[in-house]
Design a protein around this ligand. Structure first.
Ligand SMILES: [Zn+2]
Length: 94
């Protein structure tokens, strides 16, 4: 699992962008707070902006393994890992 957090690394937003590009079938947890985390697909349009924004202002936890991210959330006692309705991260690929 990788973490992109602009408070820890000023390049985090650019690194997250390049991770997304190279891992389009991966998954991302967008961490706003312990009570507000949402699981997305790396390809989700919510991460696309026409203007330059700091995508790592709220930390991103990324993995190719969806189970790993869900387990991580459970271990942190996250009651509800929200699921993005736009990219539907639990539906299976086919
Ligand atoms: Zn999404």
């Amino acid at each position: 699992m990788l973490t992109f957090d602009s408070r820890e690394n000023s390049d985090a937003s650019a690194k997250f962008e390049s991770w997304r590009t190279q891992n389009a079938n991966g998954f991302v947890i967008n961490f706003r707070s312990v009570n507000e985390m949402m699981l997305h697909r790396a390809s989700c349009g919510h991460f696309d902006f026409n203007v330059k924004v700091n995508l790592a202002a709220s930390p991103k936890y990324c993995s190719l393994n969806r189970d790993e991210l869900q387990r991580w959330a459970r271990e942190r006692n996250v009651d509800t890992l929200k699921l993005c309705r736009s990219c539907d991260p639990l539906s299976d690929f086919d």
